[in-house]
Write a protein that binds this ligand. Sequence first.
Ligand code: HAM
Length: 489
Amino acid sequence: MPTKPSTTVKSGASFVKSSASTDKSGAPLVVKTTTASVAELAKDTSQSAPLTDKKSKSITSLRGFKDVLPDEQGYWDKIESVVKSVASAYGFGKIRLPIAEATPLFERGVGKETDIVGKEMFTFLDQGNTRMTLRPEGTAPAVRAYIEHGMLNQPQPVKLWYLEQFFRHERPQAGRYRQFWQAGFEVIGSNDPVLDAQLIVLGVGIFKQLGIEVSTQLNSIGMPAERRQYITDLTKYFKSHSKKLGELDLKRLAKNPLRILDSKEPAVVELKKDAPNIISYLDPESKAHFMKVIEYLDAAEIQYNLDSSLVRGLDYYTRTVFEFMVPNPIEGEAPITLGGGGRYDGLVELLGGRANTPGVGLAIGIERLILAVKQAKSIPASELEQPVDVFFCQLGEAARRQGLKIFEKLRASGLNLGEAFSKGSLKAQLETADKLRSPFALILGQKEVLDGTIILRDMDAGAQEILDVEKIQSVVTKRLHDLKTRSAK
Ligand code: HAM
């Protein structure tokens, strides 16, 4: 049994030494806890080196876990504001979900045979021997919350949205991390196909607002009973061609045959053309549901591609499934999936809620969306920066002291201010103002402090005027208004 490096966890007053492990089948990482002495821990340099050891290597972030630095923040803010405004336009209420859940929630909800549950979950035994998992997705937790808080007593459907981090122990690469963010939308308590279509419209709308054109893949995978016969026939078909299958596809065939349809192997791509088609296994009700979704999408003028090999990697889906894709910037590489979702009419019951409570949802991967936005250069730089209305410059100790107070007063009035109080030279301060694209600068020097004045500089024209310090806020507000009116013309 291969063992991962140990980690140290401080637990109350005593230390606990943990070691994460996987079994050969790639079963979830389980952390076993045993108490260890402090002296023993001091020797353990595999993950967290003791701070006192000056010679030890610096500690870096974990593989697949990344920092989001200030220069990328503009993308996050922009995306968050678009997602938030769309969520509110469609009447979704925000839900903040716990970062960890009881492991059976995902085993039961997402499915033991899925890649996510089978090999990608960060699962721990806590100090009280509870099996808990860092959430790998948000649908099962949202449904758990719906059941736990009796939301079925509210007007249906209940619409929830979240913007949260998720955790999957995948092999990291561009756009694939072990900690990543999703914006998710869940509509629980109605089986109306208009909701499936509306969620697709909502998703496409978010991408559009960010200047991204996606292609929407659409399929129906029916209800479990319809799928059973399909899976039997699909397995039979691929088994009859097993000589052409690689190791991974043979494994898929044995464990979760639907996943073979995800294979990008040229031989499988070829075989898929003659494989049984899920659509012909749908019963009249599922067929009618799918036709309605298509009609609504046509009415909303949304383009989509019908893709009968789209099955998605989570077991809770019923009927409608969809994915949003963009081309891969690397030639010859598979398109990138920015988001996906579908209907999950059996999930509420599966997780212990009332039978016949349907649901449908979608989630968008934020890191992948940012990569796509950067690639398309679809957000103007001005929208990615914090706007600065006026930059405050001070010269000399008296001005710096007085300036702290004036700065605070202006900030409280609602102006977006820039400053560099730690800088002494006016040139350096004006350069910073320029970099921040501030249209105006205020300059307070020794003389101005004595006179009760301040200089207002138009950064573009270079023109300067002397103002009464008491009047700066109203003058700056007026100048900003004039500037906006001029640039709107
Ligand atoms: P999913 O397809 O597993 O669906 O994930 C949705 C999106 O999250 C993906 O399309 C991708 O953009 C992003 N994503 C997934 N894994 C990673 C990763 N390791 N690194 C970066 N981004 C990633 C779900 O999770 C479902 N809960 C969606 C849903 C909501 N279905 C119904 N409601």
